[in-house]
Write a protein that binds this ligand. Structure first.
Ligand SMILES: Cc1cc2nc3c(=O)[nH]c(=O)nc-3n(C[C@H](O)[C@H](O)[C@H](O)COP(=O)(O)O)c2cc1C
Length: 372
Protein backbone atom coordinates (compact mmCIF):
# COMPACT_ATOMS: atom_id res chain seq x y z
CA UNK A 1 0.00 0.00 0.00
CA UNK A 2 1.41 3.46 -0.90
CA UNK A 3 1.69 5.72 2.18
CA UNK A 4 -1.33 7.95 2.80
CA UNK A 5 1.04 10.71 4.00
CA UNK A 6 2.20 11.10 0.43
CA UNK A 7 -1.23 11.04 -1.19
CA UNK A 8 -2.79 14.25 -2.53
CA UNK A 9 -5.45 16.27 -0.72
CA UNK A 10 -7.73 18.86 -2.28
CA UNK A 11 -9.06 22.03 -0.63
CA UNK A 12 -11.39 23.88 -3.01
CA UNK A 13 -9.37 24.30 -6.26
CA UNK A 14 -6.03 23.72 -4.54
CA UNK A 15 -4.46 20.27 -4.52
CA UNK A 16 -1.66 19.53 -2.08
CA UNK A 17 0.71 16.83 -3.35
CA UNK A 18 0.98 15.31 0.11
CA UNK A 19 -0.37 15.70 3.65
CA UNK A 20 2.60 17.48 5.23
CA UNK A 21 2.10 21.17 5.98
CA UNK A 22 4.82 23.54 7.15
CA UNK A 23 3.26 25.06 10.25
CA UNK A 24 3.40 28.86 10.59
CA UNK A 25 6.56 29.96 12.38
CA UNK A 26 7.31 33.54 13.46
CA UNK A 27 10.82 34.59 12.52
CA UNK A 28 10.88 37.86 14.54
CA UNK A 29 13.15 39.25 11.85
CA UNK A 30 10.95 41.73 9.99
CA UNK A 31 11.60 45.46 10.02
CA UNK A 32 8.49 47.62 10.46
CA UNK A 33 6.42 44.59 9.47
CA UNK A 34 8.39 44.16 6.24
CA UNK A 35 9.94 40.91 5.11
CA UNK A 36 13.73 40.98 4.74
CA UNK A 37 16.28 38.73 3.04
CA UNK A 38 16.17 36.32 5.99
CA UNK A 39 12.56 35.52 5.05
CA UNK A 40 13.52 34.92 1.46
CA UNK A 41 16.17 32.36 2.40
CA UNK A 42 13.99 30.75 5.10
CA UNK A 43 10.98 30.48 2.79
CA UNK A 44 13.14 29.21 -0.07
CA UNK A 45 14.61 26.54 2.18
CA UNK A 46 11.25 25.32 3.43
CA UNK A 47 9.67 25.52 -0.01
CA UNK A 48 12.32 23.00 -1.03
CA UNK A 49 11.14 20.67 1.72
CA UNK A 50 8.58 19.14 -0.62
CA UNK A 51 5.86 19.53 1.99
CA UNK A 52 2.35 19.63 0.54
CA UNK A 53 1.92 23.27 1.63
CA UNK A 54 4.08 25.95 3.22
CA UNK A 55 2.53 28.44 5.65
CA UNK A 56 4.00 31.92 6.12
CA UNK A 57 4.29 32.91 9.77
CA UNK A 58 1.63 34.79 11.78
CA UNK A 59 1.34 38.00 9.78
CA UNK A 60 -0.14 41.00 11.53
CA UNK A 61 -3.06 42.96 10.11
CA UNK A 62 -1.88 46.14 11.86
CA UNK A 63 1.30 47.47 13.46
CA UNK A 64 -0.12 47.11 16.99
CA UNK A 65 -1.39 43.66 16.03
CA UNK A 66 2.23 42.42 15.87
CA UNK A 67 3.45 40.25 18.72
CA UNK A 68 6.92 41.81 18.58
CA UNK A 69 8.55 44.64 16.66
CA UNK A 70 10.14 41.87 14.53
CA UNK A 71 6.85 40.32 13.43
CA UNK A 72 5.80 40.24 9.82
CA UNK A 73 2.92 42.49 8.77
CA UNK A 74 0.67 43.00 5.80
CA UNK A 75 -0.84 46.33 6.74
CA UNK A 76 0.63 48.83 4.29
CA UNK A 77 2.03 49.08 0.78
CA UNK A 78 5.63 48.71 1.98
CA UNK A 79 4.78 45.42 3.77
CA UNK A 80 2.98 44.16 0.68
CA UNK A 81 5.87 45.04 -1.64
CA UNK A 82 8.53 43.53 0.66
CA UNK A 83 6.60 40.31 1.13
CA UNK A 84 5.80 40.06 -2.58
CA UNK A 85 9.41 40.57 -3.70
CA UNK A 86 10.97 38.10 -1.24
CA UNK A 87 8.29 35.50 -1.82
CA UNK A 88 8.73 35.72 -5.60
CA UNK A 89 12.44 34.93 -5.26
CA UNK A 90 11.83 32.09 -2.79
CA UNK A 91 9.22 30.57 -5.09
CA UNK A 92 11.44 30.88 -8.15
CA UNK A 93 14.10 28.58 -6.69
CA UNK A 94 11.79 25.86 -5.38
CA UNK A 95 9.32 23.30 -6.69
CA UNK A 96 5.82 24.78 -7.07
CA UNK A 97 4.47 24.17 -3.57
CA UNK A 98 1.29 25.99 -2.51
CA UNK A 99 1.92 28.90 -0.15
CA UNK A 100 -0.50 29.76 2.65
CA UNK A 101 -0.32 32.75 4.98
CA UNK A 102 -1.53 32.97 8.55
CA UNK A 103 -3.23 36.30 9.31
CA UNK A 104 -3.17 37.35 12.92
CA UNK A 105 -3.70 40.04 15.50
CA UNK A 106 -1.69 39.65 18.70
CA UNK A 107 -4.22 41.36 20.97
CA UNK A 108 -2.92 41.67 24.52
CA UNK A 109 0.20 39.67 23.62
CA UNK A 110 1.31 42.55 21.38
CA UNK A 111 4.31 44.71 22.27
CA UNK A 112 6.34 41.71 23.40
CA UNK A 113 10.09 41.52 23.25
CA UNK A 114 11.45 39.01 20.70
CA UNK A 115 12.01 35.57 22.28
CA UNK A 116 15.79 35.75 22.20
CA UNK A 117 15.56 38.97 24.24
CA UNK A 118 13.31 37.32 26.83
CA UNK A 119 9.87 37.72 25.21
CA UNK A 120 8.38 39.96 27.94
CA UNK A 121 5.96 42.88 27.54
CA UNK A 122 7.79 46.07 26.46
CA UNK A 123 6.40 49.04 28.42
CA UNK A 124 5.42 52.13 26.44
CA UNK A 125 8.22 54.21 27.98
CA UNK A 126 10.72 51.65 26.68
CA UNK A 127 9.48 51.78 23.09
CA UNK A 128 6.48 49.46 23.31
CA UNK A 129 2.84 50.18 22.57
CA UNK A 130 -0.38 49.63 24.52
CA UNK A 131 -1.89 46.38 23.27
CA UNK A 132 -5.64 45.98 22.79
CA UNK A 133 -7.86 43.16 24.04
CA UNK A 134 -11.51 42.24 24.55
CA UNK A 135 -11.22 43.17 28.24
CA UNK A 136 -8.72 45.01 30.43
CA UNK A 137 -7.15 41.78 31.67
CA UNK A 138 -3.42 41.28 31.35
CA UNK A 139 -1.81 38.07 30.08
CA UNK A 140 0.34 37.94 33.23
CA UNK A 141 -0.87 39.35 36.54
CA UNK A 142 1.97 41.82 37.06
CA UNK A 143 1.62 43.39 33.60
CA UNK A 144 0.06 46.74 32.65
CA UNK A 145 -3.52 46.28 31.45
CA UNK A 146 -4.32 46.18 27.74
CA UNK A 147 -6.83 48.69 26.36
CA UNK A 148 -10.29 47.13 26.10
CA UNK A 149 -11.67 47.50 22.57
CA UNK A 150 -14.77 49.60 22.01
CA UNK A 151 -17.16 48.88 19.16
CA UNK A 152 -15.34 51.24 16.80
CA UNK A 153 -12.07 49.43 17.59
CA UNK A 154 -13.66 46.06 16.89
CA UNK A 155 -15.03 47.26 13.56
CA UNK A 156 -11.65 48.72 12.64
CA UNK A 157 -9.83 45.41 13.27
CA UNK A 158 -12.35 43.61 11.08
CA UNK A 159 -11.54 46.07 8.28
CA UNK A 160 -7.82 45.48 8.84
CA UNK A 161 -8.28 41.72 8.39
CA UNK A 162 -10.13 42.39 5.13
CA UNK A 163 -7.47 44.80 3.85
CA UNK A 164 -4.68 42.31 4.62
CA UNK A 165 -6.69 39.58 2.90
CA UNK A 166 -6.95 41.70 -0.23
CA UNK A 167 -3.19 42.27 -0.14
CA UNK A 168 -2.54 38.52 0.21
CA UNK A 169 -4.84 37.81 -2.74
CA UNK A 170 -2.93 40.37 -4.85
CA UNK A 171 0.33 38.59 -3.98
CA UNK A 172 -0.97 35.32 -5.44
CA UNK A 173 -0.93 33.48 -2.13
CA UNK A 174 -2.77 30.18 -2.48
CA UNK A 175 -4.43 29.64 0.90
CA UNK A 176 -5.08 31.51 4.11
CA UNK A 177 -5.34 30.58 7.75
CA UNK A 178 -6.86 32.82 10.42
CA UNK A 179 -5.08 32.66 13.75
CA UNK A 180 -7.68 32.08 16.45
CA UNK A 181 -5.26 30.25 18.76
CA UNK A 182 -2.41 30.68 21.26
CA UNK A 183 -3.94 33.51 23.27
CA UNK A 184 -3.88 36.11 20.50
CA UNK A 185 -6.75 38.50 19.85
CA UNK A 186 -9.37 36.21 18.29
CA UNK A 187 -8.70 33.51 20.88
CA UNK A 188 -8.95 36.20 23.58
CA UNK A 189 -12.51 36.85 22.41
CA UNK A 190 -13.34 33.12 22.50
CA UNK A 191 -12.01 32.35 25.95
CA UNK A 192 -13.97 33.34 29.06
CA UNK A 193 -10.60 33.75 30.80
CA UNK A 194 -9.70 36.77 28.67
CA UNK A 195 -13.15 37.95 27.56
CA UNK A 196 -15.29 39.37 30.34
CA UNK A 197 -17.22 41.87 28.26
CA UNK A 198 -20.81 42.60 29.12
CA UNK A 199 -21.89 43.65 25.60
CA UNK A 200 -22.79 41.55 22.54
CA UNK A 201 -19.15 40.40 22.23
CA UNK A 202 -18.80 38.74 25.64
CA UNK A 203 -20.52 36.48 28.11
CA UNK A 204 -22.41 33.64 26.41
CA UNK A 205 -20.83 31.29 23.88
CA UNK A 206 -22.79 33.01 21.10
CA UNK A 207 -21.37 36.36 22.15
CA UNK A 208 -17.78 35.19 22.58
CA UNK A 209 -17.68 33.62 19.11
CA UNK A 210 -19.36 36.66 17.51
CA UNK A 211 -16.23 38.67 16.66
CA UNK A 212 -14.13 35.70 15.42
CA UNK A 213 -17.12 34.62 13.28
CA UNK A 214 -17.57 38.16 11.94
CA UNK A 215 -13.88 38.32 11.01
CA UNK A 216 -14.13 34.91 9.35
CA UNK A 217 -17.17 35.92 7.28
CA UNK A 218 -15.60 39.23 6.20
CA UNK A 219 -12.35 37.50 5.21
CA UNK A 220 -14.19 34.71 3.40
CA UNK A 221 -16.00 37.38 1.37
CA UNK A 222 -12.78 39.17 0.50
CA UNK A 223 -10.73 36.03 -0.24
CA UNK A 224 -11.18 34.55 -3.74
CA UNK A 225 -13.89 31.89 -3.70
CA UNK A 226 -11.67 29.25 -5.30
CA UNK A 227 -8.98 29.65 -2.61
CA UNK A 228 -9.19 27.75 0.67
CA UNK A 229 -9.48 29.46 4.04
CA UNK A 230 -8.79 27.61 7.28
CA UNK A 231 -8.67 28.47 10.96
CA UNK A 232 -6.16 27.58 13.67
CA UNK A 233 -7.83 27.11 17.03
CA UNK A 234 -6.62 26.37 20.49
CA UNK A 235 -9.03 23.51 20.97
CA UNK A 236 -8.75 23.79 24.73
CA UNK A 237 -7.23 26.31 27.15
CA UNK A 238 -6.14 23.43 29.42
CA UNK A 239 -7.52 25.50 32.33
CA UNK A 240 -10.59 24.88 34.49
CA UNK A 241 -13.21 27.44 33.47
CA UNK A 242 -11.50 28.18 30.15
CA UNK A 243 -12.37 27.49 26.49
CA UNK A 244 -13.19 23.82 25.97
CA UNK A 245 -13.05 21.15 23.28
CA UNK A 246 -16.85 21.05 23.20
CA UNK A 247 -16.90 24.77 22.43
CA UNK A 248 -14.25 24.23 19.74
CA UNK A 249 -16.45 21.60 18.12
CA UNK A 250 -19.43 23.97 18.07
CA UNK A 251 -17.23 26.78 16.71
CA UNK A 252 -15.94 24.41 14.00
CA UNK A 253 -19.55 23.59 13.01
CA UNK A 254 -20.33 27.28 12.62
CA UNK A 255 -17.11 27.96 10.72
CA UNK A 256 -17.84 25.05 8.41
CA UNK A 257 -21.28 26.49 7.63
CA UNK A 258 -19.57 29.83 6.90
CA UNK A 259 -17.20 28.24 4.35
CA UNK A 260 -14.18 27.19 6.40
CA UNK A 261 -11.98 24.59 4.71
CA UNK A 262 -9.92 23.22 7.59
CA UNK A 263 -9.38 23.42 11.33
CA UNK A 264 -5.75 23.45 12.39
CA UNK A 265 -5.96 22.03 15.88
CA UNK A 266 -3.54 23.48 18.38
CA UNK A 267 -4.14 24.29 22.05
CA UNK A 268 -3.33 26.59 24.94
CA UNK A 269 -1.66 29.98 25.09
CA UNK A 270 -4.26 32.13 26.82
CA UNK A 271 -3.33 31.50 30.44
CA UNK A 272 -0.16 30.87 32.43
CA UNK A 273 -2.27 28.47 34.53
CA UNK A 274 -2.52 25.98 31.66
CA UNK A 275 -1.44 22.41 32.33
CA UNK A 276 -0.51 20.84 29.00
CA UNK A 277 0.19 17.10 28.95
CA UNK A 278 3.15 17.38 26.57
CA UNK A 279 4.20 14.29 24.66
CA UNK A 280 4.39 12.95 21.12
CA UNK A 281 1.26 13.93 19.17
CA UNK A 282 -0.29 15.46 22.31
CA UNK A 283 -2.90 17.43 20.35
CA UNK A 284 -3.89 14.74 17.86
CA UNK A 285 -6.91 13.63 19.90
CA UNK A 286 -8.28 17.17 19.63
CA UNK A 287 -8.04 17.08 15.83
CA UNK A 288 -9.66 13.65 15.85
CA UNK A 289 -12.58 14.85 17.99
CA UNK A 290 -13.27 17.88 15.78
CA UNK A 291 -13.00 15.83 12.60
CA UNK A 292 -15.31 13.15 13.96
CA UNK A 293 -17.95 15.61 15.15
CA UNK A 294 -17.96 17.82 12.07
CA UNK A 295 -16.51 15.73 9.21
CA UNK A 296 -14.41 18.81 8.53
CA UNK A 297 -10.81 18.41 7.32
CA UNK A 298 -8.39 18.86 10.19
CA UNK A 299 -4.70 19.44 10.61
CA UNK A 300 -2.98 17.81 13.55
CA UNK A 301 0.02 19.61 14.99
CA UNK A 302 2.36 19.32 17.94
CA UNK A 303 5.33 17.02 18.49
CA UNK A 304 4.85 15.09 15.30
CA UNK A 305 8.41 14.23 14.41
CA UNK A 306 8.54 10.74 12.99
CA UNK A 307 7.51 9.42 9.56
CA UNK A 308 5.64 6.38 10.88
CA UNK A 309 3.86 8.56 13.46
CA UNK A 310 2.73 11.06 10.79
CA UNK A 311 1.60 8.23 8.50
CA UNK A 312 -0.38 6.61 11.34
CA UNK A 313 -2.21 9.89 12.07
CA UNK A 314 -3.51 10.32 8.54
CA UNK A 315 -4.04 6.59 7.96
CA UNK A 316 -6.22 6.39 11.08
CA UNK A 317 -8.22 9.45 9.89
CA UNK A 318 -7.31 11.31 13.06
CA UNK A 319 -6.50 14.22 10.77
CA UNK A 320 -6.31 14.85 7.04
CA UNK A 321 -3.13 16.88 7.22
CA UNK A 322 -0.14 16.95 9.53
CA UNK A 323 1.38 20.35 10.33
CA UNK A 324 4.96 20.39 11.56
CA UNK A 325 7.09 23.21 12.91
CA UNK A 326 10.23 22.47 14.93
CA UNK A 327 11.06 19.18 13.21
CA UNK A 328 11.12 21.01 9.87
CA UNK A 329 13.44 23.71 11.19
CA UNK A 330 15.68 21.00 12.54
CA UNK A 331 15.60 19.09 9.29
CA UNK A 332 14.14 21.08 6.36
CA UNK A 333 14.41 17.96 4.20
CA UNK A 334 12.27 15.94 6.64
CA UNK A 335 9.68 15.12 3.92
CA UNK A 336 12.43 13.73 1.67
CA UNK A 337 13.60 11.46 4.46
CA UNK A 338 10.03 10.48 5.38
CA UNK A 339 9.36 9.59 1.74
CA UNK A 340 12.46 7.39 1.68
CA UNK A 341 11.40 5.69 4.92
CA UNK A 342 7.82 5.10 3.77
CA UNK A 343 8.62 4.20 0.15
CA UNK A 344 7.23 7.32 -1.55
CA UNK A 345 8.75 9.92 -3.87
CA UNK A 346 9.43 13.65 -3.62
CA UNK A 347 10.28 16.27 -6.22
CA UNK A 348 13.44 18.15 -5.47
CA UNK A 349 15.38 20.82 -7.38
CA UNK A 350 17.52 19.41 -10.19
CA UNK A 351 20.85 20.53 -8.69
CA UNK A 352 20.05 18.18 -5.76
CA UNK A 353 19.24 15.16 -7.91
CA UNK A 354 22.53 13.52 -6.91
CA UNK A 355 21.87 13.87 -3.18
CA UNK A 356 20.09 10.62 -2.29
CA UNK A 357 22.20 7.96 -0.58
CA UNK A 358 21.98 4.47 -2.03
CA UNK A 359 19.67 3.20 0.73
CA UNK A 360 17.09 5.89 -0.13
CA UNK A 361 16.30 4.01 -3.36
CA UNK A 362 14.37 5.97 -6.00
CA UNK A 363 12.93 8.54 -3.59
CA UNK A 364 13.70 11.44 -5.95
CA UNK A 365 11.05 11.62 -8.64
CA UNK A 366 12.27 12.23 -12.22
CA UNK A 367 15.92 12.29 -11.12
CA UNK A 368 18.27 11.34 -13.93
CA UNK A 369 21.91 12.23 -14.19
CA UNK A 370 24.33 11.98 -17.06
CA UNK A 371 27.94 13.08 -17.35
CA UNK A 372 30.92 12.48 -19.51
C1 LIG B 1 9.89 29.28 16.01
C2 LIG B 1 8.41 29.04 16.12
C3 LIG B 1 7.52 30.01 15.70
C4 LIG B 1 6.14 29.80 15.76
N1 LIG B 1 5.28 30.72 15.23
C5 LIG B 1 3.97 30.42 15.11
C6 LIG B 1 3.10 31.25 14.36
O1 LIG B 1 3.52 32.21 13.72
N2 LIG B 1 1.79 30.93 14.34
C7 LIG B 1 1.30 29.82 14.98
O2 LIG B 1 0.11 29.57 14.93
N3 LIG B 1 2.12 28.99 15.65
C8 LIG B 1 3.43 29.26 15.70
N4 LIG B 1 4.27 28.37 16.31
C9 LIG B 1 3.73 27.08 16.77
C10 LIG B 1 3.93 26.03 15.68
O3 LIG B 1 3.28 26.37 14.48
C11 LIG B 1 3.43 24.65 16.16
O4 LIG B 1 2.05 24.71 16.35
C12 LIG B 1 4.11 24.21 17.46
O5 LIG B 1 5.50 24.48 17.41
C13 LIG B 1 3.92 22.72 17.70
O6 LIG B 1 4.35 21.97 16.59
P1 LIG B 1 5.81 21.25 16.55
O7 LIG B 1 5.86 20.31 17.71
O8 LIG B 1 5.82 20.54 15.21
O9 LIG B 1 6.85 22.30 16.63
C14 LIG B 1 5.65 28.59 16.30
C15 LIG B 1 6.55 27.63 16.77
C16 LIG B 1 7.91 27.84 16.66
C17 LIG B 1 8.85 26.75 17.13
Amino acid sequence: MPPVLFSPFTLRKLTLANRIVVSPMCQYSAVDGRAVDWHMVHWGQLLQSNAGMFTIEATAVSAIGRITYGCLGLYDDACEAALGERLAVARSIAPPIPVAIQLAHAGRKGSSQVPWEGGQLIPIDQGGWRPVAPSAIAQLEHEALPAPLDLAGIAQIKREFVAATERAARLGIDAMELHMAHGYLLHEFLSPLSNQRSDAYGGSFDNRVRFPMEVFAAVRDAWPQDKPLGVRVSATDWVEGGWTLEESIELARRLQAAGCDWIDTSSGGVSPKQKIPLGPGYQVHLARAIRKATSMPTMAVGLITDAAQAEAIVAAHDADLVAMARALLWDPHWPWHAAATLGAQVQVPKPYWRSAPREAGDVLAYAKIGMR
